[in-house]
Design a protein around this ligand. Sequence first.
Ligand SMILES: [Fe+2]
Length: 348
Amino acid sequence: MKPRRLLTSIVPIAIAAAALTGCAADGAGAGAGGEAPASDDALVVYNAQHEQLTEEWVAAFTEETGIEVVLRNGNDSELGNQLVEEGDASRADVFLTENSPAISLVENAGLLAPVDQATLDLVPEQYRPSSGLWTGIAARSTVFVYNPELLDESELPASLLDLANASWKGRWGGAPGGADFQAIVSAILELTGPEAAAEWLSGMDENATVYQNNIATMKAVNAGEVPGGVIYHYYWYRDQDGTEENSANTKLHYFGNQDPGAFVSVSGGGVLKSSTHPDQAQQFLAFLAGAQGQEILGEGYSFEYPVASGVPAKQPLPPLDTLDAPAVDPSTLNGPEVIDLMTEAGLL
Ligand SMILES: [Fe+2]
C-alpha cells in the first residue's frame, strides 16, 4: 500500500465535486483538506476563484511550461483562514481568491512573498495593493439585476445605499453568505465608515430576501419572486450568452457615479513566503497576469474582466473604465470586520 498514490487519486475527485457548485464562494467548496500533491514537484494552488476559470488557466499554464499544478478548492474565507492557521507549515505555493479581503487577511498575517516586479508592471496600480505582496488578476462589477415587469426604470435605485430605505422592504434580494456579497459590504464599510455600514446592513436585514448565491438571486428576479437583486455582473452575462433561462426576463442596472454599488472587486493572486517552489509560483502568477492568462478572461467562458496586459473585456461587456467605480484600495478592505458587522445585523 502506497499512501501517496492513494491520496493522489483523491485530488481529482475533490476538484470534480467542487466544480459542481460552480462558484466556490457561492457553494459548498470541497475544502482544502490534507490531500497530498500529485508529486513534490507540483505547484499547490489554494484556489477560491471559480474552479472552471482556474482549471482553464492551469491547463494552459501546464501546456506552456510543463509545470504540474494541483488545486485545492474552497471559498475565500475558508482558504484564507486555513492559510493563516497553517502559517509557515502550509503546503500552498500560491493563493488565488475570488475577492480581495481573503488575500488581504493572508497578507496581514505576514505570509506572502513580494510579487516579481515584472508581474506587477503588467497590472495597473488601481488593481493591485501598493504593498506589492499580491496582485489583481481579474475584476468583477457589482450590478443591480431587475425585472422590468415589476420595477420600472424610473424606480431604479440611484444608490446601493438606498436599498436600506423602508421603501425597498421586500423588494430586493442578495446572498450575504457568499464572499462576493461580503466584498461589496467591505466596500460599503470602507467608503461610508462603520456606523453607516452597520445601519445599511440592518436596513438590508429588514428589506432583503436572502438567497443562497448570486445565481439563486438572479433566478428569483427572473421568476418575478422579487423585483431586484444585488449580484456580480458575470452571472448575468454568462446566462445571456447561454440559454438565458435564468435571466431572459431581467435587465442590469449599473449604479456608476462612484457609488458603493459601482464597486469593482479584484480577484487576488499571491505567492506564499513558505513556498518550496517560489520560482514556479512566481511564473504561474506572471502567466495569469500576462497576455495568455488575461486572454482566457477576455475570450473564455468567464465574463470576468481582464485587468492586466491591456487585454480587452469580452463582448458585450461595457469596458471596465466606463463603469465609474469608486476608488477603493483593495488592501484596505477588511474581511473580518465585515463578518462581525453582518453577524451583528443578523445576516450571517
Ligand atoms: Fe462568484
